[in-house]
Design a protein around this ligand. Structure first.
Ligand SMILES: [Zn+2]
Length: 229
C-alpha cells in the first residue's frame, strides 16, 4: 500500500489521496457500444458491437465503474425526443445487465451549437469535446478521473478525456471493425484498437490500467499514459 500511495502522490502531488474514489471506464455509445447507423434511437435499430457487453462486464469485474457518455444531437435536431432516448437507454442497460454488468451511469448531451432547435441550440459545456459529462459523472459517482480510462471512436472523445484529466485514453475503430483511421494526435491517445473487446483482452491495456489478467485492479502502473500536456 505504501508504494501505491507514493506512486499516486508523485503523479498528483497537488491533490489529496482519493482512496474513497473509484476509477471509471467511460465508454462512448454510437460506434463503440452499438453499430453507428447515424442517430440511432429505436430499439429495433440498436445492434450491439460484438463482444462489447462482455468487455464491459470484465471492466466492471476489474473494479471500474462503467459509464456511458454520448452526444445526442439528434434530440437537438428534433429527430427524436428525450423520452425516446430514455426508453432506449433503459432497454440498453437491461441488456448489459443480462451480460452481468450494471452500468453505473449514462450521460448524454442533447444540445447542438448551430443545428439545435429552440433552447437546445446552445454552445454547452457537455457536448464532447467539452468535458462536462465526464465532470458531472465524477461528481455524481465519486470517480477518480486520473486513474480512469475513456474509450471512444472519435478524436473528440479523446479531447474530452484529456480536458477532464482522464489518465488513459483509448481510440477505437468505428463499429469495432478495424483500428481507427481517423486522424487524432498521439498526444491525445494512449492506445488504439479495433474494438472494446480487443482492447480489454490486451495485456498492454491492462498494464496501462494497473490491472493484471485474472485479478482486480491493485496498483496503478500507468504513469506513462497520464502525463500528456
Ligand atoms: Zn450539451
Amino acid at each position: 500500500m505504501a508504494a501505491e500511495e507514493l506512486l499516486a502522490g508523485s503523479l498528483a502531488s497537488d491533490e489529496p489521496p482519493r482512496q474513497t474514489k473509484r476509477p471509471a471506464a467511460f465508454v462512448d455509445r454510437d460506434g463503440v457500444v452499438n453499430i453507428d447507423h447515424g442517430y440511432v434511437w429505436r430499439i429495433e435499430d440498436f445492434a450491439f458491437v460484438p463482444g462489447v457487453r462482455e468487455a464491459a462486464a470484465e471492466l466492471a469485474r476489474l473494479g471500474f465503474a462503467v459509464v456511458v457518455i454520448t452526444n445526442q444531437a439528434g434530440i437537438a435536431r428534433g429527430m427524436y425526443t428525450e423520452a425516446d432516448f430514455v426508453r432506449l437507454t433503459k432497454w440498453m442497460r437491461e441488456r448489459f445487465a443480462d451480460a452481468g454488468v450494471s452500468i453505473a451511469g449514462v450521460y448524454h448531451c442533447p444540445h447542438h451549437p448551430t443545428a439545435g432547435l429552440g433552447a437546445l441550440r446552445i454552445s454547452c459545456d457537455c457536448r464532447k469535446p467539452a468535458p462536462g459529462m465526464l465532470l458531472a459523472a465524477a461528481r455524481d459517482l465519486a470517480l477518480d478521473l486520473q486513474h480512469s480510462v475513456i474509450f471512444g471512436d472519435k478524436c473528440d472523445d479523446m479531447r474530452a478525456g484529456r480536458a477532464a484529466g482522464v489518465g488513459v485514453r483509448v481510440f477505437l475503430g468505428r463499429d469495432g471493425l478495424a483500428p481507427p483511421t481517423d486522424p487524432c494526435t498521439d498526444a491525445l491517445v494512449s492506445l488504439r484498437y479495433a474494438s472494446l473487446a480487443q482492447a480489454v483482452a490486451d495485456p498492454q491495456l491492462r498494464r496501462a490500467l494497473g490491472v493484471e489478467a485474472g485479478r482486480a485492479r491493485a496498483t496503478y502502473t500507468g504513469a506513462s499514459y497520464g502525463r500528456n500536456p
